[in-house]
Design a protein around this ligand. Structure first.
Ligand code: ZN
Length: 399
């Protein structure tokens, strides 16, 4: 049955009266449609979370990371994986997805550790969650495989093959951590050619400006004919290079149609520990990237685990950091957590026109800026034309 959404408001102040049928907006109301009152809330495209680690979410209490840095977190999880049961992964991932959905997120891309420590339990569990939450949101599972080269490479490649056979949606890896980064990139891109899946790399999550995986990646993507199907996440070292070099690299990425995800929350936390004078921000050079035509999305990365012990499941938190840390306007930051994520995942844009997916969030805020500033909890979330979450907040203040 069609659903008619009334009493909403677009950011320009115009009334948002919308009709959805079979998952998309349609031009006119049809007989017998159900009515949903949006109660004057601001109607915005639904959020995307382009980079989660649902398999590790909510482990902060169980596996503390005393160093607070990236290598400390990797070490904690290397030992921790042996004690984690699949049911536990499913439970934490499901609860995290529900929090993301309640915040207005209907497209999530999550990495799943695919290595000799986690084996296949992470991929298998997240695929089960993907299928279970299908009515609430679109969840993409990335088989994040590392290492693929060096002494443990053979085992790594075997586990990745199995993960793809199980039905992982996206191929992932971390070439900058590999003994042979070029060989790892080649292996992952060859798999992409074979399977026709997208690839999402962890790239250069280090503060050394000499790390430059992006140039090699651009050339390799063109060589494999995979333009428009590859995303590079983190790219921390890029933000530490001179601006002319940032531009040169950005132009190469644009040429290869590679998209980028920056993760200010976690990289502010993990990087530059102990550097008390002028610590760097750990984000990609956003101005150079956007200036050269690269789509840059913003993500949260880890949520309350050894890689980031706090953090909400709310893309408006990421948008706020894109404003303060990356100096984007609220409107630019908002695009980076909504339709830019759709571009990265090759999904249709959310523009409220007939035929557009009926995915939106109606939020108790006056404007996009105010929504990012206040991050109000009061939200109504719609996925494929159906209300999937509704939150109201009552505040009482004494005279
Ligand atoms: Zn990550």
């Amino acid at each position: 049955m069609a659903t008619r959404f009334v009493n909403g408001r677009f950011p320009d102040g115009s009334p948002a009266e919308l009709v959805a049928d079979r998952g998309v907006f349609i031009a006119e109301s049809v007989d017998g449609s159900e009515e949903v009152d949006l109660d004057g809330r601001l109607v915005l495209p639904a959020f995307g979370e382009p980079h989660a680690h649902l398999d590790k979410a909510l482990l902060a209490e169980r596996f503390p990371n005393p160093n607070g840095d990236l290598l400390g977190a990797i070490e904690v999880m290397r030992i921790g994986w042996s004690t984690i049961e699949p049911e536990d992964i499913v439970d934490r991932a499901r609860r995290t997805v529900e929090r993301l959905v309640a915040a207005g997120t209907t497209l999530i891309r999550s990495h799943a550790d695919t290595n000799s420590y986690a084996g296949l339990k992470s991929v298998r569990s997240l695929l089960a969650v993907r299928d279970a939450v299908e009515p609430l949101c679109d969840l993409e599972v990335v088989a994040m495989a590392y290492p693929l080269t060096g002494p443990e490479g053979r085992e790594g490649r075997r586990i990745l093959d199995q993960a793809l056979e199980l039905g992982a949606d996206v191929i992932g890896g971390a070439p900058h951590l590999e003994d042979d980064p070029a060989a790892a990139i080649d292996h992952l891109l060859n798999l992409a050619v074979e399977t026709r899946l997208h690839v999402d790399f962890h790239v250069d999550e280090v503060l050394d400006p000499d790390f430059d995986t992006l140039m090699d990646l651009s050339r390799a993507v063109i060589r494999h004919g995979l333009e428009g199907t590859v995303n590079a996440s983190h790219c921390v070292s890029h933000g530490l290079k001179p601006e002319s070099e940032q531009r040169e690299i950005a132009a190469a990425l644009a040429h290869a149609d590679i998209t980028v995800v920056t993760l200010p929350r976690t990289n502010l936390y993990l990087q530059a520990r102990g550097q008390h004078q002028a610590p760097p921000r750990g984000t990609v050079g956003v101005e150079a990237m956007v200036g050269e035509g690269v789509t840059v999305g913003g993500g949260a990365d880890n949520c309350q685990d050894p890689f980031y012990s706090i953090g909400k499941c709310d893309p408006l938190e990421t948008a706020g950091l894109l404003v303060s840390v990356c100096h984007q306007t609220p409107e630019q930051a908002f695009e980076m957590v909504t339709n830019d994520i759709r571009t990265i995942a090759s999904r249709p844009q959310l523009d409220f026109r007939p035929g557009s997916p009926a995915d939106f969030v109606a939020i108790e805020a006056e404007s996009i800026r105010a929504a990012i500033a206040d991050q109000p909890a009061g939200r109504t979330v719609v996925h494929r034309g159906r209300v999937v979450a509704h939150t109201t907040v009552d505040t009482w203040i004494a005279d």
